[in-house]
Design a protein around this ligand. Structure first.
Ligand code: GTP
Ligand code: MG
Length: 301
């Protein structure tokens, strides 16, 4: 594994599905850690490091209580010491509202932060018609936010709506989570024309205030549409107007020109604060031919 390692980590059933499908977009650039009480979450993920939280050993996922899950995580994580030691950036994904994710995710974030990792969390929030799950999620969210450098809320409702529009599956993140992670990991894990790295990410997330992540993908023939898609990515209540910090990466194929790059980045930046600190990166790769992707970390909200 490479220097300055990126660790993609799924906690709980849904978190493991998201993490696994995101990792498939960039298997050579990041490690994968799956954590759940239910062993079924580890099936089919050949490359994953797996942490099974079922201390009793009945294999059925008996971590129904968040507090129990947090406790088991702290115990079990010692076996993953090397993995955490290597990681500089932890991208943590979880669906809140069950036992495992709601309990163990914030504990993992706390441990990773205390070891000087940059922690970026993606938290799925339950559907409105799940009142009990919603209450568990609301109780769990503050600790996850407090222990993460960036914590994005993803409304599952919005994800489901988005998935229908894209004819995709919401449980795997409707393509949106994969795009986001692929964009972020290739931005940070590979050398581009204008290179952004983890130091840049740290600089941006250190602006006081909230931070969020944005991604948009589209055809190179319509750069403005890419910006529009990015502005509508399925996050709960995100308004980036007036942001003070922004790391923005534009990716395309060898057919991407400087004018594509300018059009996308300037249009996006125009909605931020006039004094916003902007770090801009760009990268061309063969697999992006005919397409453009915008990935931004926006902070100081
Ligand atoms: N409607 C619906 N919601 C789901 C489904 N699967 C997961 N969710 C949502 O995703 C959240 C997290 O679910 P999981 O990831 O399965 O929970 P977990 O962390 O594994 O927790 P435990 O299984 O209780 O230990 C739930 O609160 C639900 O809101 C599903 O099949 N249908
Ligand atoms: Mg589960």
């Amino acid at each position: 594994m490479h220097e300055g390692a990126i660790l993609i980590c799924g906690v709980g059933g849904l978190g493991c599905i998201w993490a696994d499908s995101a990792h498939r977009t960039c298997p050579d650039l990041a490690d994968l850690l799956l954590i759940d009480a239910d062993e079924a979450s580890f099936r089919g993920s050949g490359q994953a490091h797996c942490l099974h939280l079922d201390a009793i050993g009945d294999g059925n996922g008996a971590a129904a209580l968040p507090s129990l899950a947090a406790h088991r995580l702290a115990e079990g994580l010692s076996s993953m010491d090397g993995l955490l030691k290597r990681a500089e950036l932890v991208i943590l994904m979880t669906g809140l509202g069950g036992g495992t994710g709601s309990g163990a995710a914030s504990e993992l974030a706390r441990i990773a932060t205390s070891r000087n990792c940059l922690v970026l969390s993606i938290a799925g929030l339950p559907f409105a018609e799940q009142p009990l799950r919603s209450a568990i999620a609301s109780a769990a969210l503050p600790a996850l936010e407090a222990n993460s450098h960036v914590c994005i809320h993803v409304s599952m409702e919005r994800l489901a709506w988005y998935a229908r529009a894209r004819n995709d599956d919401w449980q795997t993140g409707s393509g949106w989570i994969q795009d986001l992670i692929q964009g972020l990991v290739t931005t940070l894990g590979r050398v581009g024309k204008m290179n952004l790295d983890l130091m840049d990410l740290r600089t941006v997330v250190e602006h006081p205030g909230k931070a969020t992540l944005i991604v948009g993908v589209g055809s190179i023939s319509n750069p403005m549409e890419v910006v529009e898609v990015a502005r509508q990515s399925p996050l709960a209540n995100t308004d980036v107007t007036g942001a003070r910090g922004c790391l923005i990466q534009v990716e395309g194929g060898p057919d991407m020109t400087l004018s594509h790059l300018n059009e996308v980045s300037e249009s996006f930046i125009s909605s931020l604060h006039p004094d916003c600190q902007v770090l801009l990166g760009a990268r061309a790769s063969d697999e992006m031919v005919g397409r453009l992707r915008l990935v931004a970390v926006v902070s100081g909200l």
